[in-house]
Design a protein around this ligand. Structure first.
Ligand code: TTP
Ligand code: MG
Length: 348
């Protein structure tokens, strides 16, 4: 099975942001939470977890376990900001992203030609360079296994789960690890002597439905490593484009056309790589006085082939009157559509 799903999850997210923003506390046990003794721990960094501190623990208890820890009040606005930064990096790689929470997402990487591991390293590296933060990434062929994998080597982990690894990985897992089995259900199962997925496998689908209702069907599949849920893209990209500033401004149309040809190739490649088509092409130029002109053309059909994009760019270039030397030129595709139909036809 194709390893086309990845799950990313930032490590000790709020606490790591605090460490990053305040070098003085870097490496110390950091606990983020309501500061009164009635408050609870929102999250703790891995240093603090060594003391047995975890999310949802009362602060007074955390303080008993680790009196010298750095206790920090949450700064939600800041975490949202950093989260946006992380997601904008993810969107540089693909649009097929399902954001699950402030620090967690599934990516469908079917359209990316890079090897999954190479891609994962690239993403982690970019996130580290831009934000100073680490994330853990799981790679597999469905969402359930990808999420399980991202949790496997936390923090700063990478884990790939291939089909042949599934029995060894799943069988010994405690039932609590199965999505859909919460602490209460786990207790119920333990009550009837079912502790691990291996134990669960002995139960019929009918029995699981009796026990969990509709969720029983999903659980029956999950514990066999089966999960057909799609990555539900939570944001649509509005446009995709290429532009460049010249070292030396030019009014030579031939040079501009050459650039448009190259950009059309890049844009076409980028669109195809992401499995999207566009219906609108926009040409933008900026002259040496920084005056910007744009021209757009919207078609009746969706395109992503080089020759079509190039032809339209040339048409648009003809529409612009060039008086001064040009210092920047670019083209953008918008009115985008994900080519799901195209993907489907592969299976027909
Ligand atoms: P998690 O990803 O569950 O936890 P984490 O990122 O702190 O640690 P790790 O993934 O390495 O295990 O949650 C992401 C953020 O969501 C977390 O930093 C703080 C917040 N959060 C809460 O507000 N309440 C909670 O109960 C939990 C678990 C997290
Ligand atoms: Mg996290």
């Amino acid at each position: 099975m194709e390893l086309n799903i990845i799950h990313v999850d930032m490590d000790a997210f709020y606490a790591s942001v605090e460490e990053q923003d305040n070098p003085k506390i870097k490496g110390l046990p950091v606990i983020v939470g309501g500061l009164s003794n009635h408050g609870i721990v929102t999250t703790a960094n891995y240093e603090a977890r060594k003391y047995g501190i975890h999310s949802a623990m009362p602060i007074f208890m955390a303080k008993k376990k680790c009196p010298k820890g750095c206790y920090v009040f949450p700064r939600m606005k800041r975490y949202q900001e950093v989260s946006k930064e992380v997601f904008s990096i993810l969107y540089e790689f693909t649009d097929l992203i399902e954001q699950v929470s402030i620090d967690e997402a599934y990516l469908d990487i079917s359209n990316i030609s890079m090897e999954p591991l190479e891609l994962v390293m690239k993403i982690k590296e970019k996130v580290m360079i831009d934000t100073g933060l680490t994330m853990s990434v799981g790679v597999s062929y469905n969402k359930f296994l990808a999420k399980l994998a991202s949790d496997w080597n936390k923090p700063d982990g990478i884990k790939v789960i291939t089909e042949d690894m599934v029995p060894n990985i799943l069988l010994p897992l405690p039932v609590r690890k199965v999505h859909g089995i919460g602490p209460k259900s786990a207790k119920k199962l333990n009550g009837i002597g079912v502790y691990t997925i291996e134990d669960l496998l002995g139960l019929s689908e009918y029995f699981l439905i009796e026990l969990f209702g509709k969720a029983g069907m999903e659980i029956y599949s999950r514990i066999r490593g089966i999960d057909y849920r799609k990555v539900n893209t939570t944001r649509e990209r509005k446009s995709l484009g290429v532009e460049r500033t010249f070292e030396e401004a030019t009014s030579d149309k031939k040079v501009l056309m050459k650039y448009l040809e190259r950009f059309s190739e890049e844009l076409s490649y980028d669109l195809k790589n992401r499995g999207i088509h566009g219906r609108t092409i926009t040409l933008k130029i900026k002259d040496e006085n920084f005056a910007v002109q744009t021209r757009s053309k919207t078609l009746n059909e969706y395109i992503n082939d080089l020759p079509q994009i190039f032809d339209i760019s040339l048409e648009l270039l003809e529409e612009i009157e060039i008086h001064n030397k040009i210092r920047l030129i670019g083209i953008t595709a918008s009115n985008l559509m994900t080519s799901e139909l195209e993907q489907l036809s592969l299976f027909d």
